[in-house]
Design a protein around this ligand. Structure first.
Ligand code: SAH
Ligand code: SF4
Ligand code: F3S
Length: 503
């Protein structure tokens, strides 16, 4: 390609994975974008000396010798996955995990702001480390994740001891940003950015099960939710990069992957040419060594029949559908801007129950959304009675900054919210127990993950429908193996059994 062509490439808005046609003086070129380099920080400025404080950052020379880090993670699986990637980069810089946070040289707080008092939690967590700086400790304080994105520079004004504020889109770039900090700068990285592929290896907390991002961000505008504001617009990862990550995991002994996306059914709609989530499931199903594929989270507005069918038909994709419904009432759903109704949600569930009768169905629900009446709440209970969720995440509505519903005048009083929440949780527990009872006396396949922390003579893992199962066994012999277990005892959210064939 000539100079003009290269310039066009660099000035066009191509995303990783896009295939585009480019015309130059030398003809027509088909260009595939593999990765995109982006400007890193929103701003980076020389750190001021703190009044009465020591140097206030870890000198670069210490990295790689004795420096250590501490990572604290709040929030959803996305944040857990981001933390694992950030830990990988810290390890690449030569830092080791500190024995306790009080002595760590780099503190990373990966934050969540989905509900209540998130900012307050950050301030109280960071406080003791800020005080350490004033005593002269070498410590760099990093606030990452969704509160960092939401609050940005405000965090530095409130706590000037913070060294780096970075939004979730920069999780793959912690290493570079930290170098800037170590050179004496205070850094904020919150501008919307194309997410670069991760060149380091995440430091994963499990050797058996791994998170794999497939789509970042969210383009929905649910009126209660902060996520589009904190994680930005949808960005799908190229399917080849996803597969390469999964193959690498398989080669290193991982047996289960969970594909991550806020609205996983949106996978590929931002790509050129477009891709679909159902096709991605087919594309990943034959990676040798991987035994199980899970994914979260489905959106009832976009979940296609092809996805329901793919889960029912592909042998590695586990029969576990996580489809948040949020409310059973059409008017509440409309005000939430969810884009589906009670009946259209039930059509998805009916298809699931028809094609995969033994599948688990899980959901998320919010009570006390602004304006929710007693009758509307009853519609939520009705939907629960029809579906009988295997597991339900239940939340009281929490007004969040920069969301529409937070400004509406018809907020539901806290006592009403908590009354409804309790009622709903009681019903949810009853359904979970009923769903567990179907396993009694049956043999289920368990992927063994770890020792039961409460009973070292037992091991634990999950069945295909994601229920934790406990049974007697030696972890060193069983870790990472698929074992048939006969269920002898059931509880709402877990099961106990014995190895099939054991007396
Ligand atoms: N992307 C997923 C969910 C992301 S947030 C989806 O669309 O379903 C996880 C859950 O938190 C949501 O499903 C919702 O039930 C809950 N949630 C989000 N914002 C909330 C708020 N402001 N108050 C209470 N619960 C909320
Ligand atoms: Fe939030 Fe809605 Fe996006 Fe889910 S789909 S992350 S609830 S805006
Ligand atoms: Fe929380 Fe951000 Fe996840 S707000 S739930 S960490 S997307």
């Amino acid at each position: 390609m000539d100079q003009g062509g290269r310039e066009k490439c660099f000035t066009s808005f191509y995303k990783p994975g896009d295939i585009n046609v480019l015309k130059t003086a030398r003809g027509v070129h088909i260009v595939k974008t593999e990765d995109v380099m982006t400007r890193l920080s929103t701003f980076s400025r020389r750190r001021e000396r703190l009044p009465g404080a020591g140097l206030a950052q870890v000198p670069l020379a210490r990295i790689g010798k004795n420096a250590s880090y501490w990572m604290e993670t709040m929030g959803c699986q996305m944040n857990v996955a981001d933390s694992e990637r950030m830990e990988g980069q810290l390890a690449d810089l030569g830092l080791r995990k500190a024995e306790k946070k009080e002595t760590a040289n780099v503190i990373v707080l990966n934050t969540c702001t989905i509900r209540d008092h998130a900012e307050q939690k950050v301030y109280s967590y960071v406080g003791p480390h800020a005080r350490r700086k004033h005593k002269g400790d070498d410590v760099a304080i990093v606030v990452a994740g969704c509160v960092a994105q939401q609050e940005g520079e405000k965090l530095l004004r409130r706590i000037p001891e913070i060294d780096l504020v970075m939004g979730p889109q920069y999780a793959n770039r912690l290493g570079d940003l930290l170098e800037d900090v170590m050179n004496g700068n205070q850094v904020v990285a919150t501008d919307p950015s194309l997410i670069m592929e991760d060149i380091s290896r995440p430091k994963r907390s499990s050797d058996i099960c791994a998170w794999v991002n497939i789509i970042y961000g969210c383009n929905e505008h649910c009126t209660y939710c902060v996520v589009p504001g904190t994680r930005g617009v949808e960005q799908s990862r190229p399917k080849e990069s996803i597969r390469a990550e999964v193959e690498d995991l398989a080669a290193r002994g991982y047996r289960e992957i969970t594909l991550l996306g806020q609205n996983i059914d949106a996978y590929g709609r931002d790509m050129s040419p477009k891709q679909t989530f159902a096709d991605l499931l087919h594309y990943l199903n034959d990676v040798e060594g991987i035994e199980r594929i899970r994914y979260v989270t489905s959106h009832p507005r976009y979940m296609s029949e092809r996805v329901v069918d793919a889960v029912a038909n592909l042998d590695k994709v586990c029969e576990c559908y996580h489809v948040p419904f949020q409310s059973g009432d059409d008017e509440v759903l409309r005000r939430m801007r969810r884009g589906y109704t009670h009946d259209s949600y039930m059509r998805i569930i009916d298809r699931i129950k028809r094609l995969a009768p033994d599948a688990a169905v899980c959901g998320d629900v919010i009570v006390g959304f602004p304006g929710e009446t007693e009758e509307q709440f009853e519609r939520t209970l009705e939907l629960m009675e029809k579906v009988k969720f295997d597991n339900l995440n239940t939340y009281a509505y929490s007004p969040r900054p920069n969301t529409e519903a937070a400004l509406w005048p018809d907020q539901v009083p806290e006592e009403v919210k908590s009354e409804r929440l309790q009622k709903l949780q009681r019903l949810g527990a009853q359904h979970a127990q009923e769903r567990s009872e179907r396993y009694l006396g049956r043999v289920v396949e368990v992927l063994v993950e770890e020792r039961n922390p409460k009973n070292p003579s037992q091991v634990t893992g999950r069945n295909r429908q994601n229920r934790p199962v406990f049974f007697a066994g030696d972890i060193d012999e069983l870790r990472g193996k698929l074992i048939d277990v006969k269920i002898t005892e059931v509880r709402p959210w877990s099961l106990t059994g014995q190895r099939a064939g054991d007396p």
